[in-house]
Design a binder for this molecule. Structure first.
Ligand SMILES: Cc1cc2nc3c(=O)[nH]c(=O)nc-3n(C[C@H](O)[C@H](O)[C@H](O)COP(=O)(O)OP(=O)(O)OC[C@H]3O[C@@H](n4cnc5c(N)ncnc54)[C@H](O)[C@@H]3O)c2cc1C
Length: 342
């Protein structure tokens, strides 16, 4: 594809180095375009994240991923060979409201090694990612492309096109003034919050399962981190996810209170060991955790303005969907740019 282009045109900018942003950047490179990625955090991978606390690491965002689409399969196959990802074969159950334990659906699950954040690091390899740079606004440059204003930093650019991959409400904030129709689509996308608690015990809980989907108004999911490959530790760490409804109600509560509430719910309903005290108990607030989009957002690119959006909320949900949304927007941006370069 690159050989058919006259290029060079200005680089394309990608805002955000989550899985959709890194996927967009990879695909844009494959189209023969030059790419820069700006990421506000220090780490890569966005919600495919790992928090280290002492000797333990907690995947407090995405827990694992599945592989269904061929393009995703091709992207992650080398990572399995390199030991960056591996199969996780947990004993998973469904805990019902009365504490009864049932069977959960069996599917092939993969995790990053030694944590889910390894996935972002590996997908970023061929891309130039500028970290700790939050993009605050997009401005037309004199030559017709785009400049980006970062927090407290110099003006960045110019860029021929910009792909915005932040969660939908944050994408809308960036696009309101420059692409109102695209911004309106972003505003229509619903994203649910999630409180995640990370707890660890000095002794094993002795449960006969490693992870549980929980049918409960408070707790939705519990996973034993030490059951995942590549995470040997003397402590037993668990990640607990609250339900979207409970998270929304408690979204402004202090993290310490939330961690305690989720811990107590877990010990009562799942572990049945209410007297245990953890050695670690912290919580993380994901304001925009999961996409509630039932189907694709439709248009993801304003071809005239050369602006695009990607992210799980554009219709994919989950890591695989985020990856595919990046491929989709990169194809659309490359198409939109092709009259200028072909
Ligand atoms: C609690 C939880 C559990 C989950 N469980 C699973 C699971 O088990 N399996 C699964 O497949 N998926 C799961 N998901 C969903 C999965 O994590 C997401 O679908 C996926 O990570 C979304 O990727 P993304 O690139 O669209 O967005 P993000 O990962 O949110 O990436 C967006 C990036 O943009 C950056 N950014 C935002 N604003 C700016 C700015 N102004 N300037 C620069 N950078 C910016 C952010 O820092 C972030 O790195 C879970 C998510 C959460 C939160």
């Amino acid at each position: 594809m690159a050989g058919h282009r006259r290029a060079p045109i200005l680089p394309v900018d990608v805002v955000g180095a989550g899985i959709s942003g890194l996927s967009a950047a990879r695909s844009l490179l494959e189209h023969g375009l030059e790419v820069r990625v700006f990421e506000k955090s220090r780490g890569l991978g966005g919600r495919s994240a790992t928090r280290r606390i002492g000797e333990l690491s907690f995947d407090h965002g995405a827990q694992y991923f599945t592989i269904r689409d061929e393009r995703w399969a091709q992207a992650v196959a080398p990572l399995e060979e390199q030991g960056v990802i591996a199969r996780w074969e947990p004993r998973i159950v469904r805990v019902l409201a009365d504490g009864a334990v049932g069977k959960a659906k069996v599917s092939e699950r993969y995790v990053g090694i030694p944590g889910m954040s390894a996935l972002g690091g590996a997908l970023a390899r061929d891309n130039e990612v500028v970290r700790e740079t939050r993009i605050a606004s997009l401005l037309r440059s004199d030559g017709g492309g785009w400049n980006l204003a970062s927090d407290d930093g110099p003006m960045l650019g110019p860029f021929s096109a910009v792909v915005v991959t932040c969660p939908a409400p944050q994408a809308a904030d960036l696009l309101d003034d420059v692409a109102p129709a695209l911004a309106a689509s972003c505003r229509a996308a619903v994203m649910h919050p999630c409180w995640a608690a990370m707890v660890a015990f000095g002794e094993s809980l002795g449960l006969d399962f490693d992870a549980a989907f929980v049918d409960d108004p408070v707790l939705a999911w519990a996973a034993c981190e030490s059951s995942k490959p590549g995470r040997a530790t003397s402590l037993e760490g668990w990640t607990l996810h609250a339900t979207p409804e409970w998270s929304a109600e408690r979204i402004e509560d202090p993290a310490g209170e939330v961690a305690e509430a989720l811990l107590r719910r877990f010990l009562h309903l799942v572990a049945e060991a209410e007297e245990l005290s953890p050695v670690i108990r912290v919580a993380h607030r994901w304001r925009f955790a999961r996409s509630a989009q039932p189907r694709s957002l439709g248009q993801v690119v304003d071809g005239e303005a050369l602006l695009g959006v990607a992210g799980d909320w554009t219709g994919g949900d989950r890591l695989e969907g985020a990856f595919l949304s990046g491929v989709r927007v990169a194809d659309a941006i490359a198409d939109a740019l092709s009259p200028a370069v072909g």
